[in-house]
Design a protein around this ligand. Structure first.
Ligand code: SF4
Ligand code: SF4
Length: 365
């Protein structure tokens, strides 16, 4: 398997909002392939950054970038110095000239072409948009992600609460939006729950992009956290429309609760309380036959179903079955059946269905 298959989990979950916007814009222009060779400046390093495991800072998903040493660690250094430091500055200067030698454009999902006048004039003050991908605490242990439930250790909690939290609050002084959580579940994690409260307390206008499994996404929880008026969007990993399939993949009995919470959040979207909502489906052998029904669920809720292909993250044993479960690989024995499924007219409903470019290619073949 090539490097493309090892995009880290945090990236995809954390960036799902960006991926959503990327796919939406590309689908509307029908220009997916061309985007890989565009040399217009990419706006992203001027307004965005991610915080990863142990506090490492990255301008984009680390898998989409090539740099020899780390841009810096927010736990150990002053964030403003990292943001205006050598790697961020190099990357910005290069993309301004259309030089993408620091980027893996073949797999980057977030290239954002712009003109120089689109670059925020105050970008040196700090990112307008952050994604947090360092906290892995989650109430689930999905088959594609991990083999046991992750609870932060006392040592991790001390690091997150005592070292990272105050530094992130300070670093977010220029932020308008914040993406949570690229690695675990923001509504379950004790630290991220605290972080959200603190962010909203310090910056009442800040907007949150929630990436969650949806189990705890109910009005009571969101109100208790006092973030109910600060949610910009929700991106919910669901992966099935059948309770039995859900149980096999997510390895818990939460399906009915999640559906109820999706209905509540879809109502919030209808009322204009949140801007957009995706329900996410990572395609593999255990669920591909449910893809058309999943679009119908999105139609019923009037939200968008986002389909991505399974990446073999080595944090779960499931990756060893990659060849068997990757139905989107032409060599897989179920590939033709997947292609047939993807020719269902329901996938043409662009308001309610977004296919990752790789799946779109199959649908259009
Ligand atoms: S092209 Fe991709 S990897 Fe490079 S700066 Fe833009 S978003 Fe980041
Ligand atoms: S909900 Fe599942 S995929 Fe998401 S972080 Fe938790 S275990 Fe991983």
């Amino acid at each position: 398997m090539g490097k493309n298959f090892f995009i880290n989990l945090g990236t995809i979950l954390a960036g799902i909002g960006g991926l959503f916007l990327f796919l939406k814009s590309r689908l509307s222009t029908g220009d997916i392939q061309k985007s890989k060779t565009d040399i217009k400046p990419c706006k992203r390093p001027f307004y965005y950054c991610e915080i990863h495991r142990n506090g490492e800072v990255s301008p984009c998903c680390p898998d989409f970038l090539k740099y020899e040493s780390s841009p810096g660690n927010i736990g150990k250094e002053d964030f403003d110095k990292i943001w205006n430091g050598k790697i961020f500055t190099d990357l910005r200067q290069r993309v301004l000239k259309g030089d993408y030698s620091m980027c893996n454009r073949d797999i980057c999902c977030f290239y954002e072409p712009c003109s120089v006048s689109d670059i925020p004039p105050d970008y040196k003050k700090g990112p307008k948009d952050f994604t947090m991908s360092y906290d892995f605490e989650c109430n689930y242990h999905c088959i594609t992600c991990r083999d046991s439930v992750k609870v932060n250790t006392a040592e991790e909690m001390d690091f997150y609460e005592i070292i990272l939290l105050p530094k992130i609050i300070k670093a977010a002084k220029n932020a308008e939006t914040i993406g949570l959580l690229g690695a675990g579940d923001p509504l379950c994690s004790r630290h991220t729950r605290h972080l959200m409260r603190e962010l909203v307390k310090n910056y009442p206008g800040i907007k949150i992009r929630l990436s969650t499994n949806g189990f705890l996404m109910n009005e009571k929880n969101l109100t208790e956290l006092e973030i109910q008026n600060n949610i910009q969007s929700v991106s919910v990993s669901v992966d099935a429309v059948n309770g039995e399939t859900y149980k096999k993949i997510i390895r818990t009995d939460g399906f009915d609760t999640v559906i109820k919470n999706l209905e509540m959040m879809a109502e919030w979207k209808k009322q204009g309380r949140i801007e957009w909502m995706t329900i996410n489906f990572v395609v593999h052998l255990l669920n591909y036959k449910e893809m058309p029904e999943f679009v119908k669920l999105a139609q019923k809720l009037d939200v968008t179903a986002l389909f991505t292909t399974y990446r073999p993250w080595q944090s779960a044993e499931f990756y060893k079955k990659y060849d068997e479960v990757a139905v989107f690989e032409p060599a897989n024995e179920h590939y033709c059946e997947l292609a047939e499924i993807l020719h269902d007219p329901v996938f043409k409903d662009k308001k309610h269905c977004l296919l990752e470019p790789r799946l779109l290619d199959i649908a259009n073949s």
